[in-house]
Design a protein around this ligand. Structure first.
Ligand code: HEC
Ligand code: HEC
Ligand code: HEC
Ligand code: HEC
Ligand code: HEC
Ligand code: HEC
Ligand code: HEC
Ligand code: HEC
Ligand code: HEC
Length: 574
C-alpha cells in the first residue's frame, strides 16, 4: 500500500497539450456552462485539456476549456506559423479565463495536469461502498465481457477508448496482462484521472470532478463514434436524449431560476422536477444550487440512472423480478441476485403519488415509485385551486385513475390496464432495439417518444388505428366540452364575469391553453363561478394536459370528459 502511495504521490509533471484555438466572435452557448462538461469525448471525462470556447465579449476575451480537476495555464501567441507562446495569468484551477487581448487574432493553448490514472482499487480504502456497488454494474466488466472479447475489442484501440480507463494515454489501459487494474469502465472514466487525489485526498484542487451533465455519459453512450462493424450493438442514447424535452431546462425557467424569486420560489418548487442539479441536491440532502447552476442541467442521464447503485427491486405486480444479466426470474429475498440498469426504480408502481409545492421533498420522496412517475405526477392539483389549470404532468395519476373529479368526488383508483405493465411508462415510451440493417439503425428509446407500436400488438391487432380513433374522439370531445363552457360564459355566467371577461368567464385566473387571452376572473371573482363549472374545467384540463388524448387510460379519460360535459350541461339547463 505504501509503495502504491509513494508512486501515486509523484507530483504530476505539467504536460503541454497542444489544444490551440483561434479567437472567434460571439459567446458560444457552452461558455455559459463554465463548470460543466461542455463537450462529449470518447472515454467520458476528458483526461487532458480541450479548449471548448474562445469568444470576445464586452470585458475582453473569454476562453473556456475542459479537462480533469487541477491547475491549468493558458498561453497565447499572435500567430501559429512562428509561435511565441506567452503565459496569460498564473496557474488557474477554474477552466475559464477572461482576458483583455491586444491582438485581434490571438491563438490560445492550455496546459494542464498530466493524467495520472490509479484504477478503482486505489479508491477502495476511502470509498468502499461506492466501489463495491460500481463493481456490480456492467461497467466494470466492459473490457472482459465475452462478446467484447469475441469481437476482438480487447486489442483494438478504437474500442478500448470507451471500454477501459485512459486507453492511449501514458498511464492508461494498454493490455489486460499489463494494466488489469484499468480494465472496464471505472470511476476515472466519469470523474477524470484521480491518482493525485488518491494520494492527496485533502487537496481540494485535485479533488475529482463530480459531473451530472449528460456529456460525461454521452461520450461513450453514443452511436456516432462507434466503428461501423459494431454499430448494431451500440445504441444512440445520447443523440436521442439530446432531442428530447429532458435535454435542458426550458429557457423561461432558466430565467426564473436566475431571477429575483429564484431561490425562494422557482428553484425549490419547480427545480425538483425541472432541473437535474436541484433534484440531485435534494436526493443527496445537499444545499440547493444557485440560479445559474439550477438552470444548467436538465433531466440528465444521472437524474434517472444512478451510476453508483445496484438495485434489487420487486415487481409489485407479480412479486417477481428478472435479473437483467441472466434473464432469470428471481425473488426478492434470493441473496446475491442483482437487477441493475443503474436506474432509480425501473418497474411499475401502483400506489398513488404526487409531489405538491408545499411537500417537503425528503419527506415525500418515495424511491419505490416508477422512475417516470417521480416527476410525471399531478403535483397536488385540486379542482378548488383557481389560479391556474392543473400542471402538464398528471400522466401517472391519469394512468392509475387517481386524479380528477367524478360525481362521487375524487376516485381512489381506476387503473388502466396499461398501468399494469411490468415497466409501466417505460414499455411504451422507452423502446430500445438493435439495428436491423443500415437503413434501420439501433434505437435507444431515449427520445422518450412512443416510437413503435409493435409492443401493442400483444393486445391490440391494429394499434395505429386504435390510437388514431381514440385520440380523435378525445380531442373532439375536449373541443365539444370547451364549446359548452364558452356557451355558458356567453349566456349563463354571472353578469359581472360576462361583461368583463367574455368567453374567459369560465377560465382560471391565468387561463389555460384552451383559451386565447392572458387574464381570467381574478381570485376574488373566481368564487362567482359555480362549483360544477370549476370541476368541469378541472377535468377537462386534466385530460388535455395528460397529453395522450385517451391512450394512457381511455375509459377513465372518457369518464372525466362525460362527467365534465354533464356538469356544464346542468348549468346550461338552469
Ligand atoms: C485516502 C482516502 C481517499 C482515497 C484513496 C480516494 N479518495 Fe476520493 N475523496 C476522499 C475525500 C476525503 C474526499 C472529500 C469528501 C468530501 O469532501 O465529502 C473525496 C472526494 C472524492 C470525490 C467527490 C468530490 C466532490 O466534490 O464531492 C470523488 C469523485 C472521489 N473522491 C473519487 C475518488 C476516486 C475515483 C478515487 C480512486 C482513484 C479516490 N477518490 C480515492 C478520500 C479519498
Ligand atoms: C458511470 C459514471 C460513474 C462511475 C463509473 C463512477 N461514478 Fe462517481 N459519480 C458519478 C456521477 C454522475 C455522480 C453525481 C451523481 C450521483 O451522485 O449520483 C457521482 C458522484 C460521486 C461522488 C460524490 C458523492 C456521491 O457519492 O454522490 C463520489 C465520492 C464518487 N462519485 C466516487 C466514485 C468512485 C470512487 C467510483 C469508482 C469506484 C465512481 N464514483 C464511479 C458518475 C460515476
Ligand atoms: C464511443 C464509445 C464506444 C466505442 C468506440 C465502442 N464501444 Fe462498445 N459499447 C459502448 C457502450 C456505451 C456500450 C453499452 C451499450 C450501448 O450503450 O449501446 C457498449 C457495448 C458494447 C458491447 C455489448 C456488451 C455486452 O457484453 O453485451 C459490445 C460487445 C461492444 N460494445 C463491443 C465493442 C467493440 C468490439 C468495439 C470496437 C470495434 C466497441 N464496442 C467500440 C461504447 C463504445
Ligand atoms: C411534480 C413535478 C413538477 C413540478 C414540481 C413542476 N413541473 Fe413543470 N412540468 C413537469 C412535467 C413532467 C412537465 C412535462 C409535461 C409534458 O410535456 O407533457 C412539465 C411541463 C412544464 C411546462 C411546459 C408546459 C407546456 O406548455 O408544454 C412549463 C412551462 C412548466 N412545466 C413550468 C413549471 C413551473 C414554473 C413550475 C414551478 C412553479 C413547475 N413547472 C413545477 C413536472 C413538474
Ligand atoms: C428520463 C429518465 C432517463 C434518462 C434521462 C436517461 N435514461 Fe437511460 N434508461 C431509462 C430507462 C427507464 C431505461 C430502462 C429501459 C428498460 O428497462 O427497458 C434506460 C435504459 C438505459 C440503458 C440500457 C440499460 C440496460 O440495462 O441495458 C442505458 C445504457 C442507458 N439507459 C443510458 C442512458 C444515458 C447514456 C443517458 C443520457 C444520455 C440516459 N440513459 C438518460 C431512463 C432514462
Ligand atoms: C468510458 C465509457 C462510458 C462512460 C463514460 C459511461 N458508460 Fe455506461 N457503459 C459503457 C459500456 C462500454 C457499457 C457496456 C458494458 C458491457 O455490457 O460490457 C455501459 C453500460 C451502461 C449501462 C447498462 C449497465 C447495467 O449495469 O445494466 C448503463 C445503464 C449505463 N452504462 C449508464 C451510464 C451512465 C448513466 C453514465 C454516465 C453517468 C455512463 N454510463 C457512462 C461505457 C460508458
Ligand atoms: C426528474 C423529473 C423527470 C423524470 C424522472 C422524467 N421526466 Fe419526463 N419530463 C420532465 C419535464 C420537466 C419535462 C418537460 C420538459 C420541458 O418541456 O421543459 C418532461 C417531458 C417529457 C415528455 C414530453 C416530450 C418531450 O420530449 O418534450 C415525455 C414524453 C416524457 N417526459 C416522458 C418521460 C418518461 C417516459 C420518463 C421515465 C422514463 C420520464 N419522462 C421521466 C421531467 C421528468
Ligand atoms: C400504452 C402505452 C403508454 C403508456 C403505458 C404510457 N404512455 Fe404516455 N403516451 C402514449 C402515447 C401513444 C402518447 C401520445 C404520443 C404522441 O402524441 O406522440 C403518450 C403521450 C404522453 C405524453 C405527452 C407527449 C408529449 O410529447 O408531450 C407524456 C408526457 C407521456 N405520455 C408520459 C407518460 C408517462 C409519464 C407514463 C407513465 C406514468 C406514460 N406516458 C405511460 C403511450 C403510453
Ligand atoms: C397487455 C395488453 C395491452 C398492451 C400491450 C397495450 N394495451 Fe392498450 N389497452 C389494453 C386494454 C385491456 C385496454 C382497455 C382499457 C383498459 O382496460 O384500461 C386498452 C386500451 C387502449 C386504448 C384506449 C381504447 C379505448 O377506447 O378506451 C388505446 C388507445 C390503447 N390501448 C393503445 C395502446 C397502445 C398504443 C399500446 C402500445 C404502445 C397499447 N395500447 C398496449 C391492453 C393493452
Amino acid at each position: 500500500m505504501n509503495s502504491t502511495k509513494a508512486l501515486l504521490a509523484t507530483p504530476g509533471t505539467v504536460l503541454l497539450v497542444a489544444a490551440a484555438g483561434c479567437l472567434l466572435i460571439g459567446w458560444p452557448a457552452s461558455a455559459q456552462d463554465g463548470p460543466h462538461l461542455g463537450i462529449i469525448q470518447p472515454g467520458g471525462m476528458p483526461a487532458w485539456p480541450v479548449i471548448t470556447g474562445i469568444a470576445r465579449d464586452t470585458n475582453g476575451v473569454g476562453v473556456t476549456w475542459d479537462g480533469p480537476s487541477g491547475y491549468y495555464r493558458l498561453f497565447q501567441s499572435p500567430n501559429l506559423r512562428n509561435p511565441n507562446w506567452q503565459p496569460v495569468g498564473g496557474p488557474n484551477p477554474n477552466r475559464i479565463a477572461t482576458l483583455s487581448v491586444a491582438s485581434s487574432n490571438a491563438f490560445f493553448r492550455v496546459s494542464g495536469p498530466a493524467p495520472q490514472f490509479a484504477g478503482s482499487q486505489a479508491c477502495l480504502e476511502c470509498h468502499q461502498d461506492t466501489h463495491d456497488t460500481v463493481m456490480k454494474t456492467r461497467h466494470s466488466s466492459a473490457t472482459i465481457s465475452v462478446t467484447f472479447l469475441a469481437q476482438g475489442g480487447q486489442t483494438n484501440g478504437a474500442c478500448l477508448r470507451c471500454h477501459s480507463v485512459g486507453n492511449g494515454l501514458p498511464t492508461g489501459f494498454s493490455l489486460l496482462s499489463v494494466t488489469p487494474q484499468l480494465a472496464g469502465v471505472q470511476c476515472e472514466n466519469c470523474h477524470g484521472p484521480a491518482a493525485n487525489h488518491a494520494a492527496n485526498p485533502d487537496d481540494p484542487t485535485v479533488r475529482p470532478r463530480v459531473e451530472l451533465a449528460a456529456t460525461v455519459c454521452g461520450g461513450c453512450h453514443n452511436a456516432s463514434w462507434v466503428p461501423a462493424a459494431v454499430a448494431a450493438s451500440h445504441r444512440p442514447y445520447y443523440e436521442e436524449w439530446n432531442t428530447s424535452g429532458h435535454r435542458a431546462v426550458r429557457t423561461e425557467l432558466q430565467a426564473d431560476f436566475a431571477g429575483s424569486q429564484g431561490a425562494t420560489v422557482y428553484i425549490p418548487s419547480c427545480g425538483r422536477c425541472h432541473s437535474g442539479t436541484v433534484r440531485e441536491s435534494l436526493l443527496e440532502h445537499e444545499p440547493l444550487p444557485d440560479g445559474h447552476e439550477a438552470g444548467a442541467v436538465g433531466i440528465a442521464c444521472a437524474t434517472c440512472h444512478d451510476p453508483h447503485q445496484e438495485y434489487a427491486h420487486t415487481n409489485v405486480l407479480s412479486g417477481l423480478m428478472t435479473n437483467e444479466l441472466t434473464g432469470a426470474i428471481i425473488t426478492n429475498n434470493q441473496l446475491g441476485m442483482i437487477y441493475t440498469n443503474q436506474l432509480r426504480y425501473p418497474l411499475a408502481s401502483t400506489n398513488d403519488y404526487f409531489l405538491s409545492t408545499s411537500d417537503v421533498f425528503t419527506n415525500k420522496y418515495d424511491p419505490d415509485i416508477n422512475v417516470c412517475a417521480q416527476c410525471h405526477n399531478h403535483r397536488g392539483a385540486a379542482w378548488s385551486s383557481s389560479s391556474r389549470a392543473p400542471h402538464h404532468s398528471p400522466q401517472y395519476n391519469m394512468l392509475l385513475g387517481t386524479v380528477g373529479e367524478l360525481d362521487l368526488g375524487t376516485p381512489s383508483n381506476r387503473p388502466a390496464s396499461h398501468a399494469l405493465f411490468e415497466k409501466q411508462c417505460v414499455r411504451c415510451h422507452v423502446q430500445a432495439a438493435d439495428a436491423v440493417s443500415a437503413t434501420q439503425p439501433a434505437v435507444s428509446g431515449h427520445s422518450f417518444q412512443v416510437q413503435s407500436f409493435d409492443t401493442c400488438r400483444e393486445c391490440h391487432p391494429q394499434p395505429e388505428l386504435l390510437v388514431q380513433f381514440t385520440t380523435t374522439a378525445v380531442s373532439n370531445q375536449i373541443q365539444f366540452v370547451k364549446g359548452l363552457l364558452d356557451q355558458w360564459a356567453a349566456t349563463k355566467a354571472p353578469e359581472a364575469l360576462r361583461t368583463k371577461y367574455g368567453a374567459l368567464a369560465w377560465e382560471y385566473t391565468n387561463p389555460g391553453d384552451l383559451s386565447a387571452g392572458t387574464a381570467g376572473p381574478s381570485s376574488s371573482e373566481q368564487t362567482l363561478i359555480p362549483v360544477n363549472i370549476q370541476k368541469a374545467r378541472f377535468d377537462l384540463y386534466l385530460v388535455l394536459y395528460d397529453g395522450s388524448y385517451g391512450v394512457h387510460n381511455g375509459p377513465y379519460a372518457i369518464t372525466l370528459l362525460d362527467t365534465a360535459q354533464n356538469w356544464v350541461q346542468e348549468e346550461l339547463n338552469q
